[in-house]
Design a protein around this ligand. Structure first.
Ligand code: TYM
Length: 329
């Protein structure tokens, strides 16, 4: 069985973008692949997080993994810091990555260009840790949203370089990006990605938003003044985004949705999108509440960490031996 690995970095509450672009795909794939999914908590602290908020966000993220349908019987689910090999291989990967490569990472470049101050060394070298996350497990595929593609491509380059230098060690992974829903846009500015770090809350739906406020955000989503319901991503990015969200969650094609609403106006279409989103959120939130009450998270994380550590430790040993760091006989 081919192996798949992915993670989410809960610097805030998980978003509808995380769900559509990543989480729901993990759930789909867990029946056909050996699925490894972790909470990337080390990645969270590349920027200051209030410790209390961070702890809550991490706990909620695990509960949401399960609430969205990840099954600990089928998938290995764990917290990154419970498997020490991540940080150690992360350092080794940093020693096999060139500054030029990190300078080209668009997420970092964009923030530099905006003149952001006080960016940390952790933020800069974060793709090296991400490479370690993936390569520790010999993952064949990495299901991610569009914004993470470049990081997986860098991981491939690092793996190939390492294999050439030290002999076949790592499986070279492939990014797996869904055709629909790989880049859900902000509802208040459809030229930007829907993201946890958004300043105003209006453009981002969180999986734990109350249904009334989620509906309100959709009903007031920015669209355009053309008044035509059609699929035109360039001229009507807001409308396109809403249709893409509804299509991802309902399983209907985007064309089918356009066909139904083309003569009904934006208000009706938004109402439909809100219904579809709220239906999904309600299911997830009901499960989330049950999971939080059942107190099963600790057991799931302990078992996941044990399984993951076995795989990761073996790979790290192999890496250290190949590099010449080990002197045991
Ligand atoms: P993160 O936490 O930013 O996002 C988690 C996943 O959600 C996807 N995503 C989106 N997809 C569609 N539309 C959006 N608006 C949207 N926003 C987020 C992301 O593409 C991602 O798949 N570096 C990673 C976490 C990570 C990781 C890994 C992932 C660390 N190590 C190893 C895969 C493998 C990150 O910050 O994702």
């Amino acid at each position: 069985m081919k192996r798949m690995l992915s993670g989410i970095k809960p610097t805030g509450q998980l978003t509808l973008g995380n769900y559509i672009g990543a989480l729901r795909n993990f759930v789909k794939y867990q029946d056909d692949y050996e699925m490894i999914v972790f909470i990337a908590n080390l990645h969270c602290i590349t920027e200051y997080q209030d410790p209390k908020d961070l702890r809550k966000n991490l706990t909620d993220a695990v509960a949401l993994y399960l609430a969205c349908g990840l099954d600990p019987e089928k998938s290995t689910i764990f917290l990154q810091t419970d498997v020490h090999a991540h940080a150690e291989l992360g350092y080794i990967m940093a020693c096999n990555t060139y500054l030029g490569e990190l300078n080209r990472m668009t997420q970092f470049k964009d923030r530099m260009a905006k003149g952001e101050k006080n960016m940390t060394a952790g933020l800069y070298s974060y793709p090296c840790l991400m490479a370690a996350d993936i390569l520790l497990y010999d993952a064949n595929y990495v299901p991610v949203g569009e914004d993470q593609k470049q990081h997986v491509e860098l991981t491939r380059d690092i793996a190939q370089r390492f294999n050439n230098k030290y002999g076949e060690t790592f499986v070279v992974p492939e990014p797996l990006i869904a055709k629909v829903g790989a880049r859900i846009m902000s509802l208040s500015d459809p030229t930007k990605k829907m993201s946890k770090s958004e300043e105003t809350n209006k453009g981002c739906i969180y999986l734990l938003d109350d249904l009334k406020s989620a509906r309100k955000k959709i009903m007031s989503a920015v669209t355009d003044s053309l008044g035509i319901i059609q699929l035109d991503k360039v001229n009507q990015p807001g409308l396109y985004n809403l249709i893409e969200i509804a299509s991802s969650l309902s399983g209907r094609s985007m064309e089918d949705i356009v066909e139904e609403f083309k003569d009904q106006g934006y208000g009706k279409l938004k109402g439909y999108v809100a219904d579809v989103v709220c239906e999904s959120l309600e299911k997830i939130q009901n499960r989330y509440n049950e999971i939080i009450e059942s107190k099963q998270l600790e057991k799931v994380l302990n078992e996941g960490a044990l399984k993951a550590s076995k795989m990761a430790d073996a790979k790290l040993e192999e890496v250290k031996r190949k590099i010449g760091l080990e002197i045991k006989y």
